[in-house]
Design a protein around this ligand. Structure first.
Ligand code: PLP
Length: 385
């Protein structure tokens, strides 16, 4: 039986067209993009092509995109690059639902004596725009860095409700949009964020390539040392093959249709609620990414369930893949007020544009069966059941 991959928020399977573009670039555009000869020019053209694709996708300008190694680097570049340029203001505003890399970079600033304000999450998994604006005193705040769509719950916070006002106050706003590209429209002509992070392996390109949008005029200074690549904004030899793969994947991702996935997710959630006593959909009250379903299955240890589903051919996640292996409950679920015993019984099911209704219909009865099996073996059943 063919495996069913339902963990697209961790990473998307590489698109065959992207794999081919990477292989072709490795054969034909392998030069160093900084070199002043034909081989270098060919590599540079691949990188510039990718920048233009991102610009067209988001209604921005190619010059405003810095190519990076992925989401983690883009977020470090946004926060540290802007923080360093905004002295003497030393307040960073984030939310409690950020990805672990944003939490980490915030903590490192805190260690340097910065004030970090962590805006809470509501029970729907979103941060409150009013609370963000309240925390962003322009005299003190260097920048706000906020997750737009959450990787664990799919909850989409209202970035539009803070972007224009923060721009008016001249407080730069960075959006972690790593889960947004290819899933919801990202039109930066209508959304005046100063910086936006992207990671290309989330939409079918290889790992190790990403980008950071830095709107012209944003206070930002280079945060890592190296050569003068990326117009002296980022050191390191440009990943030309990765950029070629990202360009192709972005072109395809920008045209994807999620209507079948949305239908399948609806069917799946109805089936889960009907077939698993006590089950609950996390963040169901918020606008959500079309592909993500985060479910609490009280009394069913999610690590055990994940293993059993894996053995039966289904790949899902419990919380964020980046924190898998750590036995603590997900900080996102805890911030939403979900008790630890429920957080440990939460599964994330995330689909891709080619996930078929049939895959989901095969998955549902197995999930129902395995949840019942895990619950019946549990030595520590949910106290509320
Ligand atoms: N931000 C979010 C919301 C993510 O989901 C991830 C990856 O899971 C990252 C940042 C980090 O991206 P990368 O894996 O490209 O470093």
């Amino acid at each position: 039986m063919e495996r069913v991959y339902l963990d697209w928020n961790a990473t998307a399977p590489p698109l065959p067209e992207a794999v081919e573009a990477v292989a072709r670039a490795m054969r034909e555009e392998w030069g160093n993009a900084s070199s002043l000869h034909e081989e270098g020019r060919r590599a540079s053209a691949a990188a510039e092509g990718a920048r233009q694709v991102l610009a067209d996708w988001t209604c921005t300008r190619a010059i405003e995109w810095i190519l990076t190694s992925g989401g983690t680097e883009s977020i470090h570049a946004a926060v540290l690059g802007c923080a360093r340029a905004r002295g003497p203001r030393r307040r960073l505003v984030i939310s409690a639902g950020e990805h672990s890399c944003s939490l980490g970079v915030a903590r490192s600033l805190e260690d340097e004596g910065w004030e970090v304000v962590r805006v809470g999450l509501g029970s729907d998994g979103t941060w409150d725009p009013e609370e963000v604006l309240e925390a962003c005193d322009p005299a003190k705040t260097a920048l706000a860095s906020l997750i737009w769509a959450n990787n664990e719950t799919g909850a989409i916070s209202d970035a539009g409700a803070v972007a224009a006002e923060l721009r008016r106050r001249r407080v730069p706003l960075h959006l972690d949009a790593v889960q947004c590209f290819g899933r919801i429209p990202v039109d930066l002509s209508g959304l005046p964020a100063a910086m936006v992070s992207l990671s290309a392996h989330k939409f079918g390109a290889p790992k190790g390539i990403g980008a950071l949008f830095v709107r012209q005029g944003t206070p930002w200074s280079r945060w890592m040392q190296g050569g003068n690549q990326e117009r002296s904004r980022r050191g390191g030899t440009v990943n030309g093959p990765g950029a070629a793969g990202m360009a192709v994947a972005a072109t395809i991702a920008g045209a994807q249709d999620w209507s079948e996935v949305l239908r399948s997710r609806g069917e799946l959630e109805i089936g889960i609620l009907a077939g698993i006593p006590g089950a609950r959909i996390v963040a169901s009250g918020a606008a959500r990414l079309p592909n993500t379903s985060c479910v609490v299955l009280p009394g069913a240890d999610s690590a055990t369930l994940l293993d059993r589903l894996d053995a039966r051919g289904f790949a899902v996640a419990s919380g964020s893949a980046c924190t898998t292996g750590i036995a603590e409950p997900s900080h996102v679920l805890v911030a939403m007020g979900i008790p630890a015993h429920e957080a440990h019984a939460t599964l994330r099911i995330s689909m891709g544009p080619n996930t078929k209704g049939g895959d989901v219909r095969r998955f549902l009865p197995v999930l129902v069966q395995e949840t019942a099996a895990v619950r019946s073996r549990s030595t520590n059943p949910d106290p509320t059941l």
